[in-house]
Design a protein around this ligand. Sequence first.
Ligand code: FAD
Length: 412
Amino acid sequence: MADIIVLGAGMVGISTALAFQKRGHSVIVVDRKQPGRETSFGNAGIIQSEAAEPYALPLDISTLFKMAAGISNDVVWSVSGLMRMTPALLSYFRNSLPGRHRRISQIYAGLTCRATQDHAPLIEAANAQNMISKEGLCVLYRDPRAFEEAAAAAERIRSTYGVPYRALAGVDYAAEEPALKVTPAGGIHWEPSWSCANPGALVEAYADLFRARGGEVLEGDAATLKQAGGSWSVSTAGGTQQASTVVVALGPWSPQLLRSFGYRIPMVYKRGYHGHYESRTPLRRPFMDAANGVVAASMQTGLRISTGAALVPLDAPAEPKQLVRGRQALGELIDLGRQIEEPQWFGTRPCLPDMLPLVGPSPRHKGLLFNFGHGHQGFTLGPTTGDLLAEAFDTPGSGVLTGLDPTGRIAV
Ligand SMILES: Cc1cc2nc3c(=O)[nH]c(=O)nc-3n(C[C@H](O)[C@H](O)[C@H](O)COP(=O)(O)OP(=O)(O)OC[C@H]3O[C@@H](n4cnc5c(N)ncnc54)[C@H](O)[C@@H]3O)c2cc1C
Protein backbone atom coordinates (compact mmCIF):
# COMPACT_ATOMS: atom_id res chain seq x y z
CA MET A 1 0.00 0.00 0.00
CA ALA A 2 1.39 3.41 -1.03
CA ASP A 3 1.14 6.48 1.21
CA ILE A 4 -0.30 8.68 -1.54
CA ILE A 5 -2.27 8.16 -4.76
CA VAL A 6 -2.10 11.08 -7.19
CA LEU A 7 -4.99 11.13 -9.68
CA GLY A 8 -3.87 12.71 -12.96
CA ALA A 9 -0.55 12.53 -14.82
CA GLY A 10 -0.45 16.00 -16.35
CA MET A 11 2.24 18.52 -15.40
CA VAL A 12 0.47 19.15 -12.08
CA GLY A 13 -0.04 15.48 -11.09
CA ILE A 14 3.46 14.29 -12.05
CA SER A 15 5.13 17.27 -10.35
CA THR A 16 3.03 16.67 -7.23
CA ALA A 17 4.06 13.01 -7.20
CA LEU A 18 7.73 14.00 -7.46
CA ALA A 19 7.36 16.51 -4.62
CA PHE A 20 5.80 13.97 -2.23
CA GLN A 21 8.34 11.35 -3.27
CA LYS A 22 11.20 13.75 -2.55
CA ARG A 23 9.89 14.07 1.01
CA GLY A 24 10.09 10.31 1.51
CA HIS A 25 6.49 9.27 0.78
CA SER A 26 5.68 6.28 -1.43
CA VAL A 27 3.50 7.49 -4.31
CA ILE A 28 1.43 5.99 -7.14
CA VAL A 29 0.07 8.06 -10.04
CA VAL A 30 -3.13 6.95 -11.79
CA ASP A 31 -4.28 8.23 -15.17
CA ARG A 32 -6.46 6.85 -17.94
CA LYS A 33 -3.78 7.90 -20.44
CA GLN A 34 0.02 8.04 -20.57
CA PRO A 35 1.61 11.03 -18.74
CA GLY A 36 1.33 14.45 -20.37
CA ARG A 37 -1.22 13.60 -23.07
CA GLU A 38 -3.97 16.12 -22.33
CA THR A 39 -3.80 19.85 -21.55
CA SER A 40 -0.14 19.59 -20.59
CA PHE A 41 0.62 18.16 -24.05
CA GLY A 42 -0.44 20.83 -26.48
CA ASN A 43 0.10 24.14 -24.70
CA ALA A 44 2.48 26.91 -25.76
CA GLY A 45 5.24 25.49 -23.55
CA ILE A 46 6.17 28.70 -21.78
CA ILE A 47 7.31 28.61 -18.16
CA GLN A 48 5.81 31.97 -17.43
CA SER A 49 7.76 33.72 -14.70
CA GLU A 50 6.46 36.95 -16.18
CA ALA A 51 2.80 36.08 -15.45
CA ALA A 52 2.62 37.96 -12.16
CA GLU A 53 -1.03 38.89 -12.70
CA PRO A 54 -3.55 36.22 -13.75
CA TYR A 55 -5.90 37.03 -16.64
CA ALA A 56 -8.81 39.06 -15.34
CA LEU A 57 -12.06 39.37 -17.24
CA PRO A 58 -12.02 42.63 -19.20
CA LEU A 59 -14.19 45.27 -17.54
CA ASP A 60 -14.19 47.98 -20.21
CA ILE A 61 -17.18 48.28 -22.51
CA SER A 62 -15.26 48.33 -25.80
CA THR A 63 -13.41 45.05 -25.10
CA LEU A 64 -16.59 43.42 -23.81
CA PHE A 65 -18.42 44.58 -26.93
CA LYS A 66 -15.70 43.14 -29.19
CA MET A 67 -15.92 39.82 -27.33
CA ALA A 68 -19.71 39.79 -27.47
CA ALA A 69 -19.74 40.63 -31.19
CA GLY A 70 -17.12 37.98 -32.00
CA ILE A 71 -14.66 40.63 -33.28
CA SER A 72 -11.93 39.77 -30.78
CA ASN A 73 -9.84 36.66 -31.49
CA ASP A 74 -8.37 36.18 -28.03
CA VAL A 75 -11.70 35.22 -26.46
CA VAL A 76 -14.67 33.56 -28.19
CA TRP A 77 -17.70 31.90 -26.63
CA SER A 78 -20.74 29.74 -27.28
CA VAL A 79 -24.21 30.25 -25.81
CA SER A 80 -24.15 26.79 -24.18
CA GLY A 81 -20.71 27.55 -22.73
CA LEU A 82 -21.86 30.82 -21.19
CA MET A 83 -25.07 29.29 -19.83
CA ARG A 84 -23.29 26.37 -18.15
CA MET A 85 -20.61 28.62 -16.70
CA THR A 86 -22.81 31.55 -15.60
CA PRO A 87 -22.25 31.29 -11.80
CA ALA A 88 -18.51 30.75 -12.25
CA LEU A 89 -18.28 33.66 -14.72
CA LEU A 90 -20.16 36.02 -12.39
CA SER A 91 -17.76 35.18 -9.59
CA TYR A 92 -14.81 35.55 -12.01
CA PHE A 93 -16.16 38.99 -12.95
CA ARG A 94 -16.34 40.06 -9.28
CA ASN A 95 -12.80 38.85 -8.69
CA SER A 96 -11.62 40.81 -11.73
CA LEU A 97 -12.53 44.13 -10.07
CA PRO A 98 -9.32 46.07 -9.36
CA GLY A 99 -9.13 45.68 -5.55
CA ARG A 100 -9.66 41.92 -5.56
CA HIS A 101 -7.50 41.38 -8.62
CA ARG A 102 -4.68 43.21 -6.86
CA ARG A 103 -4.90 40.95 -3.80
CA ILE A 104 -5.12 37.83 -5.96
CA SER A 105 -2.13 38.96 -8.03
CA GLN A 106 0.01 39.33 -4.92
CA ILE A 107 -0.49 35.63 -4.24
CA TYR A 108 -0.17 34.68 -7.90
CA ALA A 109 3.09 36.57 -8.37
CA GLY A 110 4.49 34.72 -5.35
CA LEU A 111 3.87 31.47 -7.26
CA THR A 112 4.97 32.42 -10.78
CA CYS A 113 8.15 34.20 -9.67
CA ARG A 114 9.58 30.92 -8.31
CA ALA A 115 8.39 28.72 -11.21
CA THR A 116 11.67 28.48 -13.15
CA GLN A 117 13.57 27.78 -9.92
CA ASP A 118 11.14 24.96 -9.14
CA HIS A 119 11.43 23.45 -12.64
CA ALA A 120 15.23 23.76 -12.76
CA PRO A 121 16.22 20.76 -10.58
CA LEU A 122 13.61 18.57 -12.29
CA ILE A 123 14.82 19.58 -15.77
CA GLU A 124 18.35 18.74 -14.76
CA ALA A 125 17.55 15.44 -13.04
CA ALA A 126 15.31 14.41 -15.96
CA ASN A 127 18.10 15.30 -18.39
CA ALA A 128 15.67 17.49 -20.33
CA GLN A 129 17.89 20.56 -20.83
CA ASN A 130 17.79 20.06 -24.62
CA MET A 131 14.07 20.98 -24.64
CA ILE A 132 14.48 24.22 -22.68
CA SER A 133 15.32 27.70 -23.93
CA LYS A 134 15.99 30.61 -21.56
CA GLU A 135 15.48 33.39 -24.12
CA GLY A 136 12.27 34.72 -22.53
CA LEU A 137 8.94 35.54 -24.13
CA CYS A 138 8.07 38.49 -26.36
CA VAL A 139 4.71 40.19 -26.75
CA LEU A 140 4.50 41.84 -30.16
CA TYR A 141 2.49 45.01 -30.79
CA ARG A 142 1.44 46.12 -34.26
CA ASP A 143 0.00 49.45 -33.19
CA PRO A 144 2.24 52.22 -31.69
CA ARG A 145 -0.43 53.29 -29.20
CA ALA A 146 -0.94 49.71 -27.97
CA PHE A 147 2.86 49.38 -27.61
CA GLU A 148 3.04 52.59 -25.59
CA GLU A 149 0.28 51.37 -23.24
CA ALA A 150 1.95 47.96 -22.94
CA ALA A 151 5.29 49.57 -22.05
CA ALA A 152 3.59 51.53 -19.25
CA ALA A 153 1.87 48.36 -18.00
CA ALA A 154 5.18 46.44 -18.13
CA GLU A 155 6.83 49.13 -16.05
CA ARG A 156 4.05 48.80 -13.46
CA ILE A 157 4.59 45.01 -13.36
CA ARG A 158 8.34 45.52 -12.92
CA SER A 159 7.97 48.04 -10.14
CA THR A 160 5.22 46.10 -8.33
CA TYR A 161 6.51 42.54 -8.62
CA GLY A 162 10.11 42.92 -9.75
CA VAL A 163 9.68 41.16 -13.12
CA PRO A 164 12.40 42.42 -15.51
CA TYR A 165 11.55 43.30 -19.12
CA ARG A 166 12.89 45.20 -22.10
CA ALA A 167 10.70 47.48 -24.22
CA LEU A 168 12.05 46.98 -27.74
CA ALA A 169 11.37 49.49 -30.50
CA GLY A 170 10.12 47.75 -33.64
CA VAL A 171 13.46 48.00 -35.50
CA ASP A 172 15.36 46.57 -32.54
CA TYR A 173 12.89 43.73 -32.15
CA ALA A 174 13.07 42.95 -35.89
CA ALA A 175 16.88 42.96 -35.69
CA GLU A 176 16.77 40.40 -32.84
CA GLU A 177 14.15 38.14 -34.40
CA PRO A 178 15.27 36.86 -37.81
CA ALA A 179 11.91 35.19 -38.48
CA LEU A 180 9.99 38.50 -38.58
CA LYS A 181 9.33 39.67 -42.13
CA VAL A 182 7.83 43.03 -41.08
CA THR A 183 8.85 45.63 -38.53
CA PRO A 184 6.22 45.79 -35.77
CA ALA A 185 5.50 48.85 -33.61
CA GLY A 186 7.44 47.20 -30.80
CA GLY A 187 7.79 44.29 -28.45
CA ILE A 188 7.90 43.73 -24.70
CA HIS A 189 10.57 41.15 -23.98
CA TRP A 190 9.91 39.37 -20.69
CA GLU A 191 13.37 38.15 -19.88
CA PRO A 192 12.94 35.63 -17.02
CA SER A 193 10.48 33.26 -18.74
CA TRP A 194 11.67 29.96 -20.20
CA SER A 195 10.17 27.91 -23.00
CA CYS A 196 9.96 24.22 -23.75
CA ALA A 197 10.15 22.78 -27.28
CA ASN A 198 8.00 19.76 -26.39
CA PRO A 199 5.69 20.22 -23.38
CA GLY A 200 4.24 16.69 -23.47
CA ALA A 201 7.74 15.19 -23.63
CA LEU A 202 8.83 17.26 -20.62
CA VAL A 203 5.98 15.76 -18.57
CA GLU A 204 7.02 12.30 -19.82
CA ALA A 205 10.63 13.01 -18.82
CA TYR A 206 9.45 14.06 -15.33
CA ALA A 207 7.34 10.85 -15.17
CA ASP A 208 10.42 8.78 -16.11
CA LEU A 209 12.31 10.51 -13.31
CA PHE A 210 9.48 9.67 -10.89
CA ARG A 211 9.66 5.99 -11.98
CA ALA A 212 13.46 5.94 -11.76
CA ARG A 213 13.12 7.13 -8.16
CA GLY A 214 10.80 4.21 -7.35
CA GLY A 215 7.34 5.60 -8.23
CA GLU A 216 4.69 3.83 -10.29
CA VAL A 217 2.34 5.26 -12.95
CA LEU A 218 -0.69 3.03 -13.49
CA GLU A 219 -3.56 3.15 -15.96
CA GLY A 220 -6.92 3.54 -14.29
CA ASP A 221 -10.11 5.59 -14.10
CA ALA A 222 -10.32 8.13 -11.29
CA ALA A 223 -14.10 7.64 -11.30
CA THR A 224 -13.51 4.36 -9.42
CA LEU A 225 -12.22 6.30 -6.38
CA LYS A 226 -13.82 5.16 -3.11
CA GLN A 227 -13.34 5.98 0.51
CA ALA A 228 -13.67 3.07 2.94
CA GLY A 229 -12.65 3.13 6.58
CA GLY A 230 -9.53 5.21 6.89
CA SER A 231 -8.30 4.73 3.34
CA TRP A 232 -8.92 5.50 -0.33
CA SER A 233 -8.98 2.98 -3.16
CA VAL A 234 -8.94 3.19 -6.93
CA SER A 235 -9.09 0.43 -9.57
CA THR A 236 -6.17 0.28 -11.99
CA ALA A 237 -4.74 -2.05 -14.63
CA GLY A 238 -2.32 -3.15 -11.91
CA GLY A 239 -5.15 -4.08 -9.49
CA THR A 240 -6.92 -2.08 -6.78
CA GLN A 241 -4.62 0.47 -5.16
CA GLN A 242 -5.09 1.79 -1.64
CA ALA A 243 -3.61 4.71 0.24
CA SER A 244 -4.47 6.86 3.22
CA THR A 245 -4.21 10.02 1.05
CA VAL A 246 -5.35 10.86 -2.45
CA VAL A 247 -4.54 14.01 -4.44
CA VAL A 248 -6.97 15.16 -7.12
CA ALA A 249 -4.87 16.63 -9.96
CA LEU A 250 -7.22 15.99 -12.85
CA GLY A 251 -7.00 19.49 -14.35
CA PRO A 252 -10.30 20.40 -16.06
CA TRP A 253 -11.85 17.04 -15.10
CA SER A 254 -11.41 17.60 -11.35
CA PRO A 255 -14.90 19.08 -10.70
CA GLN A 256 -16.56 16.05 -12.37
CA LEU A 257 -14.94 13.62 -9.94
CA LEU A 258 -15.47 15.82 -6.90
CA ARG A 259 -19.18 16.20 -7.59
CA SER A 260 -19.63 12.56 -6.55
CA PHE A 261 -18.11 13.47 -3.17
CA GLY A 262 -20.50 16.40 -2.73
CA TYR A 263 -18.24 19.28 -3.86
CA ARG A 264 -19.58 21.73 -6.43
CA ILE A 265 -16.51 23.42 -7.84
CA PRO A 266 -17.28 26.39 -10.10
CA MET A 267 -14.90 26.25 -13.07
CA VAL A 268 -14.44 28.42 -16.14
CA TYR A 269 -13.38 26.18 -19.03
CA LYS A 270 -11.13 28.04 -21.46
CA ARG A 271 -10.42 25.89 -24.44
CA GLY A 272 -7.42 26.46 -26.74
CA TYR A 273 -6.27 24.91 -30.02
CA HIS A 274 -2.92 24.45 -31.67
CA GLY A 275 -1.58 23.76 -35.17
CA HIS A 276 1.96 23.15 -36.50
CA TYR A 277 3.73 24.60 -39.54
CA GLU A 278 6.93 23.73 -41.37
CA SER A 279 8.39 27.24 -41.01
CA ARG A 280 12.07 27.15 -42.04
CA THR A 281 13.33 29.95 -39.78
CA PRO A 282 13.08 28.99 -36.10
CA LEU A 283 12.02 31.75 -33.74
CA ARG A 284 14.66 33.06 -31.39
CA ARG A 285 12.01 33.13 -28.68
CA PRO A 286 8.23 32.50 -28.59
CA PHE A 287 6.04 35.54 -29.12
CA MET A 288 2.44 36.51 -28.64
CA ASP A 289 0.72 38.61 -31.28
CA ALA A 290 -1.17 40.86 -28.84
CA ALA A 291 -3.69 42.08 -31.40
CA ASN A 292 -4.84 38.55 -32.24
CA GLY A 293 -4.34 36.62 -29.00
CA VAL A 294 -2.18 33.88 -30.57
CA VAL A 295 1.23 32.58 -29.54
CA ALA A 296 3.89 31.33 -31.96
CA ALA A 297 6.59 29.01 -30.58
CA SER A 298 9.22 26.84 -32.26
CA MET A 299 8.72 23.24 -31.18
CA GLN A 300 10.43 19.96 -32.02
CA THR A 301 7.33 19.20 -34.10
CA GLY A 302 7.38 22.50 -36.09
CA LEU A 303 6.23 26.03 -35.47
CA ARG A 304 3.30 25.80 -33.06
CA ILE A 305 0.49 28.34 -33.12
CA SER A 306 -1.71 28.22 -30.05
CA THR A 307 -4.89 30.15 -29.48
CA GLY A 308 -6.56 32.17 -26.73
CA ALA A 309 -9.70 31.15 -24.88
CA ALA A 310 -12.93 29.64 -26.20
CA LEU A 311 -15.58 29.64 -23.47
CA VAL A 312 -17.29 26.39 -24.46
CA PRO A 313 -18.36 23.28 -22.51
CA LEU A 314 -15.62 20.71 -21.82
CA ASP A 315 -17.27 18.22 -24.18
CA ALA A 316 -18.11 20.61 -27.08
CA PRO A 317 -16.97 19.47 -30.56
CA ALA A 318 -13.86 21.08 -32.12
CA GLU A 319 -14.45 24.49 -33.76
CA PRO A 320 -10.99 25.92 -34.45
CA LYS A 321 -12.04 29.31 -35.88
CA GLN A 322 -9.59 31.13 -33.59
CA LEU A 323 -6.78 29.02 -35.01
CA VAL A 324 -7.79 29.85 -38.58
CA ARG A 325 -7.87 33.59 -37.79
CA GLY A 326 -4.63 33.33 -35.82
CA ARG A 327 -2.87 31.61 -38.70
CA GLN A 328 -3.97 34.35 -41.10
CA ALA A 329 -2.74 37.04 -38.72
CA LEU A 330 0.62 35.38 -37.99
CA GLY A 331 1.18 34.78 -41.72
CA GLU A 332 1.47 38.57 -42.03
CA LEU A 333 4.40 38.57 -39.59
CA ILE A 334 6.39 35.40 -40.33
CA ASP A 335 6.59 32.74 -43.06
CA LEU A 336 4.64 29.86 -41.64
CA GLY A 337 5.30 27.37 -44.43
CA ARG A 338 3.08 24.36 -45.03
CA GLN A 339 0.70 23.20 -42.31
CA ILE A 340 1.64 19.82 -40.83
CA GLU A 341 -1.26 17.38 -41.10
CA GLU A 342 -2.39 16.00 -37.76
CA PRO A 343 -5.63 15.41 -35.86
CA GLN A 344 -6.98 18.70 -34.49
CA TRP A 345 -5.69 19.05 -30.90
CA PHE A 346 -7.47 21.09 -28.27
CA GLY A 347 -7.11 21.37 -24.54
CA THR A 348 -8.91 23.19 -21.75
CA ARG A 349 -7.38 25.62 -19.30
CA PRO A 350 -8.98 24.79 -15.95
CA CYS A 351 -9.72 28.24 -14.47
CA LEU A 352 -11.25 28.85 -11.07
CA PRO A 353 -13.21 32.06 -10.61
CA ASP A 354 -10.59 33.57 -8.30
CA MET A 355 -7.86 32.87 -10.89
CA LEU A 356 -5.87 30.88 -8.32
CA PRO A 357 -5.25 27.12 -8.31
CA LEU A 358 -6.99 25.27 -5.50
CA VAL A 359 -4.22 23.71 -3.46
CA GLY A 360 -4.76 22.12 -0.05
CA PRO A 361 -6.79 19.62 1.94
CA SER A 362 -10.49 19.19 1.21
CA PRO A 363 -12.66 20.51 4.03
CA ARG A 364 -14.89 17.46 4.57
CA HIS A 365 -12.91 14.32 3.66
CA LYS A 366 -9.88 13.17 5.59
CA GLY A 367 -6.97 12.34 3.30
CA LEU A 368 -8.47 14.03 0.22
CA LEU A 369 -6.23 16.78 -1.17
CA PHE A 370 -6.80 19.19 -4.05
CA ASN A 371 -4.29 20.46 -6.59
CA PHE A 372 -6.05 21.73 -9.70
CA GLY A 373 -7.40 24.86 -11.39
CA HIS A 374 -4.09 26.21 -12.70
CA GLY A 375 -5.80 28.01 -15.59
CA HIS A 376 -3.48 29.67 -18.07
CA GLN A 377 -0.29 28.68 -16.22
CA GLY A 378 -0.47 25.02 -15.17
CA PHE A 379 2.59 24.06 -17.20
CA THR A 380 4.43 26.82 -15.36
CA LEU A 381 3.11 26.12 -11.88
CA GLY A 382 3.02 22.31 -11.60
CA PRO A 383 6.29 21.95 -9.65
CA THR A 384 5.50 25.00 -7.49
CA THR A 385 2.07 23.97 -6.24
CA GLY A 386 3.22 20.33 -5.99
CA ASP A 387 5.98 21.44 -3.68
CA LEU A 388 3.66 23.69 -1.62
CA LEU A 389 1.13 20.91 -1.18
CA ALA A 390 3.74 18.33 -0.13
CA GLU A 391 5.26 20.78 2.33
CA ALA A 392 1.85 21.60 3.83
CA PHE A 393 1.03 17.88 4.08
CA ASP A 394 4.06 17.39 6.28
CA THR A 395 3.04 20.42 8.38
CA PRO A 396 0.00 19.42 10.47
CA GLY A 397 -2.76 22.01 10.79
CA SER A 398 -2.19 23.80 7.48
CA GLY A 399 -5.33 24.64 5.50
CA VAL A 400 -6.16 25.78 1.97
CA LEU A 401 -2.98 27.28 0.58
CA THR A 402 -4.32 29.22 -2.35
CA GLY A 403 -7.64 29.60 -4.04
CA LEU A 404 -11.31 29.29 -3.24
CA ASP A 405 -12.35 26.95 -0.58
CA PRO A 406 -15.14 24.76 -1.94
CA THR A 407 -17.87 26.82 -0.27
CA GLY A 408 -16.93 29.58 -2.70
CA ARG A 409 -15.31 31.88 -0.16
CA ILE A 410 -12.11 33.44 -1.33
CA ALA A 411 -9.07 32.51 0.70
CA VAL A 412 -7.05 35.61 -0.05
C1 FAD B 1 -3.70 26.45 -26.00
C2 FAD B 1 -3.11 26.43 -24.60
C3 FAD B 1 -1.89 27.04 -24.36
C4 FAD B 1 -1.35 27.05 -23.07
N1 FAD B 1 -0.10 27.58 -22.87
C5 FAD B 1 0.48 27.51 -21.64
C6 FAD B 1 1.80 27.99 -21.43
O1 FAD B 1 2.48 28.44 -22.35
N2 FAD B 1 2.30 27.94 -20.17
C7 FAD B 1 1.58 27.44 -19.12
O2 FAD B 1 2.07 27.44 -18.00
N3 FAD B 1 0.34 26.93 -19.31
C8 FAD B 1 -0.23 26.95 -20.54
N4 FAD B 1 -1.49 26.46 -20.72
C9 FAD B 1 -2.23 25.94 -19.56
C10 FAD B 1 -1.71 24.56 -19.17
O3 FAD B 1 -1.60 23.74 -20.31
C11 FAD B 1 -2.64 23.89 -18.15
O4 FAD B 1 -2.88 24.78 -17.07
C12 FAD B 1 -2.01 22.63 -17.59
O5 FAD B 1 -1.62 21.77 -18.63
C13 FAD B 1 -2.93 21.92 -16.62
O6 FAD B 1 -2.23 20.78 -16.17
P1 FAD B 1 -2.96 19.67 -15.33
O7 FAD B 1 -1.94 18.65 -14.99
O8 FAD B 1 -3.74 20.32 -14.26
O9 FAD B 1 -4.04 19.07 -16.37
P2 FAD B 1 -3.85 18.01 -17.54
O10 FAD B 1 -2.55 18.16 -18.22
O11 FAD B 1 -5.08 18.07 -18.39
O12 FAD B 1 -3.83 16.63 -16.77
C14 FAD B 1 -5.01 16.06 -16.22
C15 FAD B 1 -4.87 14.56 -16.35
O13 FAD B 1 -6.02 13.94 -15.76
C16 FAD B 1 -6.33 12.79 -16.52
N5 FAD B 1 -7.71 12.38 -16.29
C17 FAD B 1 -8.82 13.12 -16.48
N6 FAD B 1 -9.91 12.40 -16.11
C18 FAD B 1 -9.47 11.21 -15.66
C19 FAD B 1 -10.10 10.07 -15.13
N7 FAD B 1 -11.44 9.97 -14.99
N8 FAD B 1 -9.34 9.02 -14.76
C20 FAD B 1 -7.98 9.06 -14.89
N9 FAD B 1 -7.33 10.12 -15.39
C21 FAD B 1 -8.06 11.20 -15.77
C22 FAD B 1 -6.06 13.20 -17.95
O14 FAD B 1 -5.86 12.07 -18.78
C23 FAD B 1 -4.82 14.07 -17.79
O15 FAD B 1 -3.63 13.35 -18.01
C24 FAD B 1 -2.07 26.44 -22.00
C25 FAD B 1 -3.28 25.81 -22.25
C26 FAD B 1 -3.81 25.79 -23.52
C27 FAD B 1 -5.11 25.08 -23.77
